[in-house]
Design a protein around this ligand. Structure first.
Ligand code: KG4
Ligand code: ZN
Length: 341
């Protein structure tokens, strides 16, 4: 069989995106974001995001096909994120993808967005070695996953019990007066600060009821501790050393993520760690992972920034994996699943 050509469509949150992948080659990649429209509200407003998807869907998909020099009749399959994400946003992308698949008589795959963040690394680094672990960190999810077979078998090694890392950064950023999304602002200020200036707790080294949760994450306590520290300073009429707060927060979060990822690699005998999701753009996390990876003999695969944030290439790449593995397409009436595990 020739290398499959798949059109991937993404609309889980505030990016409307489409891409065409042939085998492991990215032929086109188009992203439209409604992020600026949410900034003044301090977070993503689902209704605004859904409307933006409805407006952007046709132009984005058309451009992705045109950039690849194709029409929809040239692709072997269409893949679309079916969850997890905002229900109204998913409904726009999935309905559009279904209509396109029906009109062009193409098979359609409703895929898991989080697994797409893993799959996309193949475009830059090639196939997964056996026993690869994946650390997926974004605004909505923090997960450590064991990649058995990306098309059929992914095990959850650890996951967040409350706030995701990106969420924690965004909430502290709001307290510091940065616009949404605040993560990149914290990153920039952290580069000028002292990471040991403020004592920030290490999220979940001990688990609930005294049980050890070696691979689960919790960043809600970290967020609360930093928020309380800022509020107490302000109540005393003292300045808040913004760079130091950001550096201390970033150091704590990057440290926990890196430590748990390495512990997981040791237990699973993994020599490769894949990193993905919007938060993997974070400079402190990237530096920390590369440092501990070198110490532990683990190759850390952090993709270029445009593949870290939400995009259509991740969906198309996973679609290629499913076609190549001979996985049956989704039924034409498959549902969206906003809480897809
Ligand atoms: O994966 P993503 O694009 O969307 C979700 O599925 O959530 O991730 C967005 C998250 C936001 O919380 C944003 O603040 C965070 O990634 N982020 C960063 C950086 N760039 C994006 N957080 C820290 N440092 C960054 N450089
Ligand atoms: Zn994402």
């Amino acid at each position: 069989m020739n290398e499959p050509v798949v059109l991937g469509i993404e609309s889980t949150c505030d990016e409307t995106a489409a891409a065409v992948v042939r085998g492991h080659d990215l032929l086109s990649n188009v992203v439209a974001s409604s992020m600026d429209e949410h900034a003044r509200y301090g977070g993503v407003i689902p209704e605004i995001a859904s409307r933006a998807h409805a407006e952007a869907f046709v132009p984005v998909v058309s451009k992705a096909l045109a950039d690849a020099g194709m029409s929809v009749s040239d692709v072997d399959a269409i893949a679309v994120s079916a969850g997890p994400g905002l229900a109204g946003c998913l409904a726009v992308g999935v309905s559009g993808a279904k209509a396109l698949a029906w009109a062009a008589n193409k098979p359609i795959y409703g895929i898991n967005h989080v697994i797409g963040h893993i799959a996309v690394t193949q475009l830059q680094f090639g196939a997964f070695p056996p026993d690869t672990l994946a650390l997926i960190v974004s605004g909505g999810h923090t997960s450590l996953l064991h990649v058995g077979d990306v098309a059929r078998h992914i095990d959850v090694v650890g996951t967040t019990l409350d706030d995701a890392a990106g969420e924690c950064f965004d909430k502290v950023a709001r307290l510091l007066g940065f616009p949404y999304p605040g993560g990149p602002h914290i990153d920039r200020h952290a580069q000028a600060g002292d990471p040991h200036a403020i004592k920030v707790p290490q999220g979940l080294t001990q688990g609930r009821a005294g049980r050890e949760h070696p691979y689960d994450f919790s960043f809600s306590g970290v967020k609360t501790a930093v928020a309380r520290w800022i509020e107490e300073r302000r109540a005393q009429g003292l300045d808040v050393p913004v760079d130091d707060v950001c550096a201390s927060l970033a150091d704590s979060v990057a440290g926990v993520l890196a430590r748990k990822a390495m512990r997981g690699c040791e237990q699973y005998g993994s020599r490769t760690l894949i990193v993905g999701g919007g938060f993997s753009a974070n400079s402190q996390l990237r530096a920390k992972l590369l440092e501990v990876g070198a110490e532990h003999g683990v190759e850390v695969r952090v993709p270029e920034l445009r593949l870290c944030t939400d995009n259509g290439a991740m969906v198309a790449m996973l679609g290629v994996n499913l076609v190549e593995a001979g996985v049956a397409p989704s039924s034409p009436d498959f549902p969206i699943d906003s809480a897809m595990p």
